[in-house]
Design a protein around this ligand. Structure first.
Ligand code: KG4
Ligand code: ZN
Length: 366
């Protein structure tokens, strides 16, 4: 398909798929260069902390209360009103359905009030295209997305062209970090606290498994690692501070080793799957903030002679700038999604990929 004539686009983006209420305004000029004019992220961490995880019902209510103000603040910060926009992009899935509905209904109302195009987008596409905003990266590249809800290796071949090379068959890596923290009685959110505790621990004290290491696929599995950790923790209860540090360090070492191995497998498979070498390895998702993971992936890329791109942490975790940008990229490519797409909890980025862990009425589970 020939893209439409080059022109600039300014979009409002809205993101409410998990526990962040976010809105942003992003401009894409006719040459494809992006500028974030505003980027508001209101975290609900405090509302969920007492429960040790995100409670969907609480998240949906908090989005209802906060979203109008967050959208207003994003427009004000950007110095724009609705009349200056070329469209409203919103996360329509995957995620927690209550929050998604709040975002989609709000975006629909804003777009209808001003006769603007509505672009319901896949949240994962926002993560996938962030590197073209932050680093003007050329296609194709390999994306490692590691967050609380997702663990995937995706070949990003172009706007709207995503090929999933690997995914988790059970837990997401961030979820495994969070469950480890809970088991070790470290505070929520778990990832940063497990990393901190691991800093003073002995990673060799507990021999934990490295699930799927060396497997021919590029898939991940973390539930066996989680169970092995629980068995060790129960065997040593009550845990001293040293035990907690050693368990955290042993868990993190296993996780890092698996991530490195699975990413190496995807890099090796990339050329065959895509037809050309990747321009870079890009990381995204909250777990990409982990220093040990970053260091190991940097070393892997150095060795393979591949560029390593880690967008600023603020743009690696959930935000609305990536949604506005993905919307602008789609408009520029002449690939605007159907405005009537409904919110959906499950929505694989690569819809052609065979479901790994089964499919229900609403589509593939992973
Ligand atoms: O991308 P994100 O902010 O939200 C979504 O899940 O979409 O990712 C949050 C996840 C949580 O599971 C959190 O524990 C994990 O990222 N995380 C980390 C670190 N910082 C955040 N995991 C390991 N090490 C970290 N430093
Ligand atoms: Zn995300």
């Amino acid at each position: 398909m020939t893209p439409p004539p080059a022109r600039a686009f300014t979009l409002l983006g809205i993101e409410t798929s998990c526990d962040e209420t976010a809105a942003a305004v992003v401009e894409r000029d006719a040459d494809g260069k992006g500028t974030i004019l505003s980027d508001i992220v209101l975290s609900q961490i405090e509302e969920h902390a007492a429960f040790g995880g995100v409670v969907p019902e609480i998240a949906a209510r908090a989005h209802v209360e906060a979203l109008d103000g967050v959208v207003r603040a994003a427009l004000k910060d950007a110095g724009k009103d609705l009349g200056n926009l070329d469209g409203v992009a919103v996360t329509a899935g995957p995620g927690l359905i209550g929050g998604l509905l709040v975002g989609v209904m709000t975006a629909r109302a804003v777009a209808a009030a001003r006769g603007l195009p509505l672009l319901p987008l896949n949240h994962l596409e926002g993560h996938a295209l962030t590197a073209t905003l932050t680093d003007a990266l050329a296609f194709p590249y390999l994306l490692l997305l590691v967050s609380g809800g997702h663990t995937q290796l995706v070949a990003v071949e172009g706007v709207g062209h995503y090929r999933r090379l690997g995914t988790t068959v059970d837990d997401a890596l961030g979820e495994a970090f969070d469950k480890t923290a809970k088991l070790l009685r470290l505070p929520y959110p778990g990832g940063p606290n497990v990393e901190r505790a691991a800093g003073s621990g002995d990673a060799h004290r507990f021999a934990l498994p490295r699930p799927l290491k060396g497997a021919p696929s590029c898939d991940f599995s973390f539930s066996g690692l989680k169970t092995a950790l629980r068995i060790e923790a129960e065997a040593h209860a009550p845990l001293s501070d040293d035990d907690v540090a050693d368990l955290a360090a042993s868990f993190q070492a296993a996780a890092v080793e698996v991530v490195e191995d699975r990413t190496r497998a995807a890099l090796e498979r990339f050329l065959d799957a895509v037809g050309s070498e990747p321009t870079a390895l890009v990381v995204a998702g909250g777990v990409a903030a982990n220093e040990s993971i970053r260091a190991r992936l940097t070393a892997l890329c150095d060795k393979a002679g591949i560029r390593f791109v880690a967008p600023p942490p603020r743009l690696c975790t959930d935000n609305a700038a990536m949604i506005a940008w993905a919307g602008a990229e789609r408009l520029a490519a002449g690939l605007a999604p159907d405005a009537d797409l409904p919110a959906r909890a499950r929505w694989p980025l690569d819809e052609a990929a065979a479901p790994l862990v089964g499919a229900g009425l609403k589509g593939a589970k992973a």
